[in-house]
Design a protein around this ligand. Structure first.
Ligand code: APR
Length: 320
């Protein structure tokens, strides 16, 4: 069987890490696309030169032409600019919306059958716009946020309990931003829900509340340490887990920004929810029941995403 083809639109910090991980995991041949000259080619060659050492077979190429992504099985989009000091969220939205328009046209022409994972921020609005610009079916285009946010939550919990990260499951609902909703009731250590662990004296409600807040601020914590950019190792690892579930039809249950058609009482919008990802793309949106306070937090988060979508519609009336 021929190797799968993975196209990475954006060869910056996340794009380069994605290419390296996809190579190490032998997910397929890799195309790195960027508008910058030399960067995608240099990263592709550098990673290819590591392949004899690590023992993986993958063809890596860098390109500035959309033609090279033709026939891709998976496309991961990180193209755009990260937020810089003095830049409002709306400034970022306007710039990255234009980028999504270009990427959407490229996808429509060269990779209409791909499974597309968007990482560019502001995530929920950008993946919504990318679906519209590309015209790809909603179940084949998703946003990566929930896997990352829940990985942060899991890591902090594993640290708190001094147990393996492998035995901590957690998930986070809602938009990718300050209003995300880490779901304490559905998060467990080896199946034991967090509220039970509080009762068992493994932690206190106060410490748990601090972990929830740290999860919400997870992206900002990295930005404040790095100063010149945002997180890239964990975001790349998260998107690779989604790509792998699609390519290997693993049907993993992963939270991601998915197009909703009635689930959670929402329609035609993207927001973070648990999904099943397999060869059919998003094969199922898991519509879990929420208690009153979880529902209120989720609705607040949804309202933030709706505000961003409205802002996109104002900037680009073709999205209406
Ligand atoms: N088409 C293709 N690539 C583009 C375009 C475009 N129109 N505009 C910018 N790029 C490229 C840049 O040249 C850069 O190489 O996108 C890349 C982005 O890389 P970084 O600036 O290193 O950003 P990164 O840390 O990888 O994050 C990318 O993911 O998490 C989000 O907020 C983050 O939106 C940002 C994105």
């Amino acid at each position: 069987m021929a190797r799968s083809k993975i196209a990475l639109i954006g060869a910056g910090q996340i794009g380069g890490t994605l290419a390296h991980l996809a190579g190490l995991k032998e997910l397929g041949d890799i195309v790195l696309f960027d508008i910058q000259e030399g960067i995608p080619d240099g990263k592709a060659l550098d990673i290819a030169e590591s392949s004899p050492v690590d023992g993986f077979d993958a063809r890596l190429v860098g390109t500035q032409s959309y033609e090279a992504i033709e026939g891709a099985d998976v496309v991961i989009v990180t193209a755009g600019v990260p937020r810089k000091p003095g830049m409002s969220r709306d400034d970022l939205l306007e710039i990255n919306l234009k980028v999504m328009e270009q990427v959407g046209a490229g996808l429509k022409k060269y990779a209409p059958d791909a499974f597309v994972i968007c990482i560019t921020n502001p995530l929920d609005a950008m993946v919504w716009a990318l679906q519209k610009f590309s015209g790809l079916p909603g179940n084949k285009i998703v946003g990566m946020a929930g896997v990352l946010d829940s990985a942060r939550f899991r890591y902090f919990l594993a640290e708190e309990f001094n147990v393996s990260v492998e035995d901590v499951t957690a998930f986070v609902l809602g938009g990718h931003g300050d209003s995300m909703v880490p779901l304490v009731r559905y998060s467990t250590v080896a199946g034991i829900p967090l509220p039970d662990l509080v009762k068992m004296g493994w932690t206190t409600q106060e410490r748990l509340d601090k972990i929830v807040q740290r999860t919400r601020d997870g992206g900002a914590e990295i930005v404040s340490l790095l100063k010149t950019g945002s997180a890239f190792y964990a975001p790349a690892a998260s998107a690779i887990a989604m790509a792998e579930s699609y390519l290997k039809d693993k049907k993993r249950v992963l939270p991601c920004a998915a197009q909703l058609s009635g689930e959670y009482g929402l329609d035609q919008m993207y927001v973070g929810v648990p999904t099943v990802i397999g060869a059919g793309g998003v094969e199922r949106v898991v519509d879990i029941s929420l208690d009153r306070s979880e529902r209120a937090d989720f609705e607040k988060s949804v309202a933030t995403v709706q505000g961003l979508i409205e802002a996109c519609r104002k900037i680009q009336p073709a999205l209406n």
